[in-house]
Design a protein around this ligand. Structure first.
Ligand code: AMP
Length: 446
């Protein structure tokens, strides 16, 4: 009979009931006997999107099943309990992992034993220490107790710096540059998601030092907009930043950024800033350009990373950098989307479940427009009508604008040709969402 340690976790619904039910079902599985169970702990999620805490524990079982059959048995329990396929590290009603199977070492497409990340995961090791303190990891050669200690110590060695003071940030950048390090910069308003993370990863791949700023900039919000309600979660942002290799999180205060007597703004007048969001949100891009210019002055980045999701913002910033001879390169990275196509955005967290479902119509409208353009429909008036039909669907969604614009100048077109962007801003209740896609139109024929 083999001794197997199973990690059990849940972060959807009643987590305790789910974990208990999984243990019960495993115990009723033929050829599996539950021998011992650890305490179940509340643990922080590791990786994946923003999600609820987990309840995690470890059970020791005796089994006559071979490793592959044991995997089938645990998968069956997961399926029967309603687990649905989702992305890596996404929330789940129940998760059962084979952590150790005697001292077997196995590397197959479906199954790796010992579990490939168990030795670095505190939530797995904490339970293992209770039920198998002296069991040895067959590859690393250390006991569960030893692995747990080094995991916890390693975690406490915080490598990410959090800087709140502007002068300290300037000093940090000066020193990094004196050491000929390149600085990659990701400006954000926080409440980080995978869209922001993609910018961090791009910066990490190209630069020696990655600085991410979290600052909800008051000067880019209009009087009736959602400044005071903008979602914030400093702890979650710290976790995601640290996990994804940010070196410095820069979190200045309003008083430091706009002290009494503050009087200087970057005015971005002209066709690029006066259309689309610039027309709907007067003063918005003045606030964006001002804060981004200030951040560039403080951080002095070699390369700065922006998202295509906010295409007009990226275009305005590029223009400013060129006009004011600023010494940073601008990279504009692709939009990261949810499974149903909705562009990730901190503001999505405001949406009720039914608004969230309706918000997916934005992406459906883009797909419809792309299909029509491919089919030869190039008249913008007709295309806008079709987009509007999909967007509005059964109602409840207000359109701020739908525009088909030249991808470079962002000026509205009458007929689509060349590199085009379809730009949309909608309101679901008071929540304003923006999104865009690029389309290339080769031949114009009506
Ligand atoms: P925000 O915190 O919303 O101001 O966004 C900070 C940066 O992240 C901006 O450059 C955005 O364009 C970018 N960003 C936001 N959402 C996404 C997304 N879904 N995919 C890629 N980049 C994004």
């Amino acid at each position: 009979m083999a001794t197997v340690y199973l990690g059990i976790g849940s972060n959807i619904g009643d987590k305790e009931v789910n974990c208990r039910e999984a243990v019960r079902r495993l115990g009723e599985t033929k050829n599996i006997t539950i021998l011992e169970s650890s305490t179940f702990y509340i643990t922080k999620p590791v990786g994946g999107p923003r999600q609820e805490d987990y309840l995690n524990g470890v059970v020791k079982v005796g089994t006559r099943l071979a490793p592959e059959d044991c995997l089938d048995a645990v998968k069956k329990v997961e399926e029967e309990m309603g687990r649905v396929p989702a992305g890596k590290d996404h929330p789940r009603i129940i998760d059962v992992d084979i952590l150790l199977y005697d001292d077997v070492v196995l590397k197959q497409k479906r199954l790796t034993i010992p579990h490939p990340r168990m030795h670095e995961r505190e939530f797995a090791l904490k339970g293992l220490v209770e039920v198998a303190p002296r069991a040895t990891h067959p590859i690393i050669g250390k006991t569960m107790e030893e692995l747990y200690k080094s995991c916890v110590c390693g975690k406490n060695k915080k490598s990410m710096k959090i800087i709140k003071n502007i002068r300290e940030m300037e000093q940090y950048s000066r020193e990094a540059k004196a050491g000929t390090k390149t600085i990659g910069f990701v400006p954000t308003m926080g409440y980080l998601h995978d869209g922001h993370v993609s910018l961090v990863k791009a910066a990490r791949a190209e630069c020696d030092v990655v600085v991410l700023s979290v600052y909800v900039n008051p000067t880019q919000f209009g009087r009736n907009e959602d400044l005071s309600r903008y979602p914030r979660d400093m702890k979650g942002d710290e976790r995601l930043s640290e996990e994804n290799g940010v070196d410095v999180m820069f979190v200045p205060t309003d008083d430091a950024m706009y002290p009494d007597g503050y009087n200087t703004f970057v005015e971005v007048d002209g066709p690029l800033a006066n259309v689309l969001c610039g027309a709907s949100r007067p003063g918005h891009f003045r606030g964006v350009a001002t804060v981004v210019a200030k951040l560039f002055n403080i951080i002095d980045p070699d390369i700065s990373y922006f998202g295509q999701k906010d295409a007009q913002q990226a275009a305005v910033v590029k223009r400013m950098v060129k006009d004011l001879d600023m010494g940073t390169e601008i990279r504009v990275m692709p939009t990261i989307r949810e499974e149903d196509g909705l562009a990730m955005s901190s503001r999505n967290s405001y949406l009720s479940p039914s608004e969230r479902r309706r918000a997916a119509s934005i992406f459906r409208a883009f797909k419809k427009a792309e299909e029509l353009i491919k089919g030869g429909k190039h008249d913008v008036f007709c295309l806008k009508e079709e987009i509007e039909k999909v967007l509005i669907g059964q109602g409840y969604l207000n359109i701020d604008y739908i525009e088909l614009v030249d991808a470079e100048s962002l000026q509205p077109l009458d007929v689509v040709r060349g590199e085009v962007k379809i730009m949309v801003a909608v309101y679901l209740d008071k929540i304003r969402l923006i999104d865009n896609v690029a389309v290339t139109v080769k031949n114009v024929s009506q």
